[in-house]
Design a protein around this ligand. Structure first.
Ligand code: GLY
Length: 369
């Protein structure tokens, strides 16, 4: 692992009410901070997808030689395929074989799916062991790995089974992003854009000046993590304000489900935000300019802003079983103004259909739903 230049490292504290505080550490080479976090334990297991096998074996070798730990790499399938009960079960079986105790440490190395799974495995093992999250994608760094939401997917929907389990630390090593495929990096920017609209408009200006994100990537990631850290600290279990992080997500989760999880999360969130912006304009008084800014920026980034018009009835059905639904009432996050988000329940069918009109490619199939 390359040495860390301490001056370039940013430390952002997450202080969830009622839980221990931890740091999100951002910079080149911060993976090296795993060594002090693991010291004093007996075993470490690094959960990773196949593409990160050599990074994982490098970490394992270093932990063995520097701290003398029993360190193991535990490979899981790539992406969303890892977020299955069967895979969580096989990780628990592995921990059982390794004799993992309460004092041992799990590491989630990979994108959002891997860190969601690793967090869930950590939450379940012996009712909760430490996990250090090492996200290697933009999406993982700015969203999935921070805040303690962990989970897996089941047939009825994405993330429907999970637990709140805050990590011991989150290490965002910018060096791991250099190998990220372009489409993956672009999809991650959707959550960055979300942070911009709900809380930090400077993010939008930075992306408008360079929609690839490349020119300002460390600052964009840092600002997005700060938004998430602040929101999560005040409401770790989503009993209130944390819900604003779901801006664009009600429709996004429905699209992901209808597409059998083959769409990238960020791509679905992009469409979902254009929908949410139009809904906000209609039900929450969002100004026309801010509403239009969504589609303009997301399009410039190269993210999708349209989805099939004929899928509307199926999407409505899918939204009704989403976690955000309470009883039978659909819940959305809407913007009253730039940087001011709140929940909105049960919009009238005509507003929903009209908002879908803003993203529908081809004719919208109507529904009485
Ligand atoms: N991804 C939304 C949240 O962590 O609350």
């Amino acid at each position: 692992m390359p040495a860390t230049n301490v001056s370039d490292v940013v430390r952002i504290e997450v202080a969830p009410a009622g839980d221990r505080a931890y740091e999100v550490v951002l910079g080149e080479g911060v993976l090296g901070e795993l060594v002090p976090l693991a010291a004093g334990r007996t075993r470490v297991a690094v959960i990773h997808p196949p593409v990160l096998r050599s990074t994982a074996t490098g970490i394992v070798a270093e932990l063995r030689s520097e701290v003398g730990l029993e360190a193991h790499a535990v490979q899981v399938p790539d992406g969303e395929e890892a977020k299955q009960l069967r895979i969580a079960g096989s990780c628990w079986d592995t921990l059982g074989r390794l004799g993992f105790t309460r004092d041992d440490l799990l590491v989630g190395l990979g994108g959002g799916a891997t860190t969601d799974l690793a967090g869930y495995v950590a939450a379940g093992w012996l009712r909760g062991v430490d996990v250090v999250q090492v996200p290697t994608t933009v999406l993982g760094m700015v969203d999935a790995a921070v805040g303690g939401k962990t989970g897996i997917d089941i047939d009825a929907g994405k993330n429907l089974v999970g637990a709140f389990h805050q990590p011991l630390a989150v290490l965002c090593d910018l060096a791991t992003l250099t190998t990220l495929p372009e489409a993956e990096a672009r999809a991650g920017l959707a959550e960055v854009v979300k942070a911009g609209f709900i809380a930090d408009p400077r993010i939008l200006e930075l992306l408008e000046s360079d929609p690839t994100g490349a020119a300002h990537l460390p600052e964009l990631i840092e600002r997005s993590i700060r938004v998430k850290a602040e929101v999560v600290s005040g409401d770790p279990r989503e009993s209130g304000r944390r819900e604003i992080l779901n801006y664009g997500h009600t429709l996004a989760h429905a699209i992901e489900k209808v597409e059998n999880f083959t769409w990238r999360h960020g791509a679905a969130v992009s469409v979902g935000m254009v929908f949410a912006a139009e809904l906000s304009r209609r039900v929450a008084g969002l100004d026309d300019t801010t509403a239009a800014r969504h589609g303009e920026l997301l399009r410039a980034i190269g993210l999708p802003v349209e989805y099939r018009g004929d899928r509307w009835p199926g999407l409505l059905d899918a939204m009704r079983v989403d976690k955000k639904t309470r009883g039978r009432r659909l819940r959305f996050v809407v913007l009253e103004a730039l940087g001011r988000a709140r929940a909105f329940e049960d919009p009238e069918a005509e507003h929903l259909a009209a908002a879908y009109g803003a993203v529908a490619a081809g004719a919208v199939t109507s529904t009485t739903g």
